[in-house]
Design a protein around this ligand. Structure first.
Ligand code: GLA
Length: 519
């Protein structure tokens, strides 16, 4: 008897290792064991629900935060061992592992010593409450390629409230920022869009028209104020019912909101996925974004359309067809070297997808927010210029010091970013922490960045061949505002830790001096 039992156990273990079906079914909805009906009624945004589905290619799933978000994940099951990978943004994957029993799923980060999160099946009552909280999917348009709106021939430049102010914004602050953009010379350097990010939204009126909250008494008047100063107004909403910060958003009101924005005089819309993930699956993103793209076109007002879905589902392949002028390629930036550098230096493969009218957006600038060194901010600006990235400043323009303003308004750096060829740069050399990036510019010039991601000073060198140069160029050091001597077959520069030497190379004209007369 014992022997027989041991054989069964061994067989079961073998089957589990071979990836055979589990004794237990993972498909369906899982809720935290401690969930009460009261929590779902009062604070649904604090509940995490796991939904696993059987799809054609295997299991798939979502973490749903009722009313706020739905985040996709990949699901793998081997026996009763479960592995989930949450994909927030391109390159931002969080693995979770756990064990399944008949009525419990325990989950936690791999290797963690903390007690796992315990999940159970919802009761019928909880299941009904969850269904009530999940809005129904509305029909989406058939996919098509929207014609270009002719805007953003060079990467958009402006200011956004998010990085510095988050939702702490109001009409008075926006007007003061507009004045500061003018007074500081930033407007004249090209920073014309004043983008109000999350936190301006109020409630809908009886007709369903979205109203600003009490901090923005009159959006049309605010737009007029900006327009009178040669600036433009940007605004923010989501295809989901709620914005990322939990404000009213455009789900089911897409065309109506587009008309409202146009009537106010809005010139730029950032459309942020946020809670749309509760309703739609990632593969429906192109249609969801096209729906607003069509709505904006239908208003007849030129409105730059900025897609924000953190670089999921290869947005660079369909963003322009959905009507987008720019699309975020990453999760959120922060005023921190590791995050800025992690985002900026990971953009190389996306270069072929951007060009006049449609840009990769590695997120807004942190220059001037105080948590990086001057060298790090120069790296940030230089890299964004080489990437042909939108330059959307994110600091408090009202109190910016002269160094911040000088860095952001450096005409030669902006000229690289705004070069009319609109061709983003590529990494041409990588040696450990040392990288060289090169961007073709109009007029047979190129911009080259020698980046030192390391923590000690370094000499960086790139041969003419690596730089794609047919002959010896002349070089100008952009930040140093001086010319740089070029070697016989290479260009070299000493670069400080976390710093950059940014160059513009120009093909040296063939030697014009007459050759010495023959004797
Ligand atoms: C998301 C976006 C940010 C910002 C916030 C606002 O996180 O990626 O850029 O718009 O939402 O809530």
């Amino acid at each position: 008897m014992l022997v027989a039992l041991a054989a069964v156990v061994a067989l079961a273990a073998m089957l589990a290792l071979a990836g055979s079906a589990s004794a237990h079914d993972l498909v369906g909805t899982w809720v935290p064991v401690e969930l009460t009906p009261d929590m779902l009624a009062r604070e649904p945004g604090k509940v995490r629900v796991l939904v696993v589905r059987a799809a054609a290619g295997g299991l798939t799933g979502k973490v749903v935060i009722p009313t706020l978000a739905g985040i996709p994940l990949t699901v793998a099951q081997q026996g009763d061992h479960v592995r989930l990978v949450i994909t927030m943004a391109r390159g931002m994957e969080t693995p979770i592992e756990g064990t399944l029993t008949a009525d419990r799923l325990s989950l936690g980060p791999p290797g963690s010593t903390k007690p796992p999160t315990m999940l159970r099946r919802p009761t019928d009552e909880e299941r009904q409450a969850l269904e009530r909280l999940a809005p129904k999917k509305l029909p989406l348009p058939a996919l098509q390629t929207l014609p270009s709106n002719g805007l953003a021939r060079t990467p958009p430049m402006g200011f956004s409230t998010w990085n510095h102010f988050q939702t702490n914004i109001d009409d008075r602050t926006i007007r003061a920022i507009a004045d500061a953009l003018v007074a500081s010379g930033m407007r004249d350097a090209g920073y014309v869009y004043v983008n109000i990010d999350d936190g301006w939204q109020g409630a809908r009126d009886d007709q369903g028209t979205l109203r600003p909250n009490e901090k923005f008494p009159d959006m049309k008047a605010l737009a007029d104020y900006l327009h009178a100063r040669g600036l433009k107004l940007g605004i923010y909403t989501s295809p989901g019912p709620k914005s990322c910060a939990g404000f009213e958003a455009s789900y089911g009101h897409e065309a109506q909101d587009a008309r409202t924005f146009a009537a106010w005089g809005v010139d730029y819309l950032k459309y942020d996925w946020c809670s749309a993930g509760m309703i739609y699956d990632d593969d429906e993103m192109p249609a969801v974004y096209q729906k607003m793209g069509e709505a904006l076109r239908a208003t007849g007002r030129p409105i730059v359309y900025s897609l924000c879905q953190y670089g999921r589902v290869d947005v660079w392949k369909w963003g322009a067809a959905a009507g987008g002028n720019l699309w975020r390629t990453t999760g959120d930036i922060a005023d921190a070297w590791q995050i800025m550098a992690g985002i900026g230096f990971a953009q190389d493969d996306l270069a072929p997808f951007a060009g006049p009218g449609h840009w990769n957006d590695p997120d807004m600038l942190e220059v001037g927010n105080g948590r990086m060194t001057a060298a790090e901010y120069r790296t940030h600006m230089s890299l964004w210029a080489l990437l042909a990235a939108p330059l959307i400043a994110g600091h408090d323009v009202r109190s910016a010091g002269p160094d911040t303003t000088a860095m952001l308004t450096n005409r030669a750096v902006i000229a690289i970013d705004q070069d009319p060829l609109g061709r983003p740069g590529r990494r041409v050399v990588q040696r450990g922490p040392l990288e060289v990036w090169s961007r073709s510019l109009s007029g047979e010039r190129s911009a080259v960045g020698f980046f030192n991601r390391g923590t000690t000073p370094a000499k960086i060198e790139a041969t003419f061949a690596e730089l794609g140069l047919a002959r010896r160029p002349v070089a100008r050091d952009v930040w140093g505002e001086r010319s740089l001597d070029v070697l016989e077959r290479s260009v070299a520069a000493d670069v400080e830790p976390h710093g950059v030497v940014l160059l513009v190379l120009e093909a040296r004209p063939p030697d014009a001096s007459p050759s010495p007369p023959h004797q």
